[in-house]
Design a protein around this ligand. Structure first.
Ligand code: SAM
Length: 331
């Protein structure tokens, strides 16, 4: 690994498993059952996401790659810094981040790159992609977004550019995304920057096939969450008794991913010493992927305390990477 230092910034493994168990208990005890998508990304989940991101049906990754390939060279001039701390939240394998880092390096800017991801496996993949070189230091932080940000804040004195790519923001509902952006605002300094990826509202067939790819990687990613509960919490989910179902909700403006119980069943989870009953065809909600209009991006920016500097889009106008700057006004 050529990531200069790798730090585990979240609590220890036992605390993580206890938190996982508590979140599973809350979700499966709810009247409408749900599990948090943040638990998708164990080693198998991160490998599956990489396969999804390279799949023909999943337009998001290659579209955002096109945007960064076309526009990231504008960033150094827009920011006007000689040295910058670039902090990526949920970096994944880092292959899009590399375009941004290279743009700053090519413009003669010294870059301190901090990659934060909850998944060890994602950090291993990132270390394969991004190597330290002249003017570039790389620090991998395994942990939750804000644990990673706290770690960086204690060490960073430079202008910061936070990357939140891949439409990760779409996994929050409208209330959560505002809360997230305001919390991020309060952890940054005045005039710091945020480059944030938004998937745009578009043809519903294109959306649905992206979240139900023809190789079934998305189905496998969702089922892997049940397998993870079996492995880490001693569950007895029968994976063959659940069906993946992805649907666009036009009222919310979001893709929704579910696993549907194919028959009435009970699932016992050892770590919780509890059984959970599923009716036949009962849905288990796993993920939202909210889609945006450009006007919704503008108002989210204003409402959460940032100034919109520029929107960068692809040739098909399917996705926007929006550059925001922290404004002094309290959100
Ligand atoms: C959908 S993938 C996107 C990866 C990459 N940003 C991209 O655009 O291809 C989401 C990534 O965020 C990470 N992640 C999800 N929730 C997280 C959290 N709460 N804290 C830190 N990382 C998280 C996952 O491990 C995964 O690598």
């Amino acid at each position: 690994m050529n990531v200069s230092q790798l730090a585990q910034v979240t609590s220890d493994y036992e605390q993580e498993v206890a938190q996982f168990a508590a979140d599973v208990l809350t979700g499966l005890s709810s009247e409408s059952k749900y599990l948090s998508a943040k638990y998708f990304y164990d080693d198998t989940g991160s490998e599956l996401f990489r396969a999804i991101s390279q799949h023909q049906d999943y337009y998001l990754t290659r579209t955002e790659y096109e945007i960064l390939d076309r526009h990231s060279r504008q960033l150094p001039a827009l920011l006007g810094e000689d040295e910058i701390d670039i902090i990526e939240l949920g970096a994944g394998d880092g292959h899009k981040s590399e375009l941004i880092l290279n743009s700053f390096l090519a413009a003669g800017v010294k870059v301190n790159f901090y990659a934060i991801d909850i998944s060890d496996k994602a950090m291993d993949m990132l270390a394969e992609t991004i190597k330290e070189k002249t003017n570039l230091t790389v620090r991998g932080l395994v942990g939750d977004y804000f644990d990673g940000l706290r770690f960086v804040k204690e060490r960073s004195s430079k202008r910061q550019l936070v990357l939140f790519l891949g439409s990760n923001i779409g996994n929050f509902d409208h209330v959560e995304s505002k809360a997230f952006l305001r919390r991020l605002w309060s952890s940054l300094n005045a005039d710091d920057y945020l480059l944030i990826g938004f998937d745009l509202k578009k043809d519903i067939n294109e959306l649905v096939s992206a979240y139900s790819d023809s190789s079934n990687y998305t189905r496998d990613l969702n089922l892997n969450l049940l397998a993870r509960i079996n492995r880490e919490l001693g569950g007895d989910f029968d994976l063959s008794a659940f069906q993946h179902y992805a649907v666009y909700n036009p009222v919310l403006g979001a893709m929704e991913s579910y696993l549907l119980a194919l028959r009435e069943q009970k699932v016992y989870i050892e770590a919780l010493q509890q059984a959970f009953h599923f009716d036949a065809f009962e849905p288990l909600h796993l993920e939202y992927s909210f889609k945006f209009l450009p006007t919704e991006i503008d108002s989210l920016c204003k409402q959460t305390g940032y100034k919109l500097i520029d929107n960068f889009s692809d040739s098909g106008e399917r996705f926007i990477d929006s550059l925001w700057q922290v404004s002094l006004r309290k959100p």
